[in-house]
Design a protein around this ligand. Sequence first.
Ligand code: IPM
Ligand code: MG
Length: 372
Amino acid sequence: MKLNIAVLPGDGIGPEVTNQAVKVLKAIAYEYDHTFSFNYADVGAIAIDKYKNPLPDGTLDVCRQSDAILFGAIGHPKYDSDPSAKVRPEQGLLKLRKELGLFANIRPVKAYETLLDKSPLKRDIIKDTDISIYRELTGGIYFGKKYLSEDGNTASDLCQYSKDEIERIAHLAFKAAKTRNHKVTLVDKANVLESSRLWRKVVTDLSKQYPDIDLEFLFVDNAAMQMILNPKQFDVILTENMFGDIISDEASVIGGSIGLLASASVGKKHAMFEPIHGSYPQATNKGIANPLASILSAAMLLDHFNLSVEAKFIRLAVEKSLKLNISTPDINSASDRVTTSNVGDFIEDFIYNPKDTNLNFKNIHLGHSTII
Ligand code: IPM
Ligand code: MG
């Protein structure tokens, strides 16, 4: 298959982790006879520095002309600590989502057997957790009218949703549930918010088209608690933009590290794949960032084009790396340091040489021994 992939590494650890994902995609292309081309473009703080614009037109063009986008991360402390900044890196990502119509953000959450004891949550609680979060991505409070009074003392953000916006992502969530455990949980705040009451009504009506799916409702405050009390009760979670942002970070604790959570943002025409973590500026260029969320996002990219054998192989390589503890310090307390690119090298090599012994991988790539 020929795929034209736009690569937007962005800020902070974005470039380091994205490099590993590109490396892995190149190995897949080689082994499975695909032609993937990679077109790089700037986004976020780095684009502000260069062009005074977090999403320059050139970047948007590269994305529009691509089959898929691989996104790193954006954000920089110089903007986070300055509430008066008019131009902010995050605007680049939000505009990209909106311009490309990426209305559904899918965030899988899984407890890896090997990492059960790395989570601050108890093993028995998280074991076998397998959740798919469907977060609405181009509406709600993120995109509603913003207001700041002239004296700067009053501000508001409007949370608005239309029936169409709710229906299109709800269809995707119900369809996903059909291939999973046949349950959708709508997370909202319908006891307080009018927009949430619309979500409940629209989703309830639509659920009649999916009689084999159980539909449940949870208020977001309760959902936040249930997520760590009993995450196994969830199958597909459907929710609006802001609630999805918050509960997906919370859910990442189940997997042991936010550095493991991948995502796909899809619309009618375009699709983008990105780790859910941010730019983690303190870790930039230290080789400590976990590249697995980016690598697993690349696997989601392959799935999107029905290259499921290839995607599965990446996941197998990821599980192998976790088993061998070839992992960055967020999930590895061993004293011998494994860097971001060591992890990428291991996954890349596993794709090229799946039959090598575990010992060889360790020897060659981590320099643990000279006897190979
Ligand atoms: C995410 C991030 C973004 C969001 C930020 C960087 C704008 O937190 O993708 O979850 O809030 O959507
Ligand atoms: Mg977030």
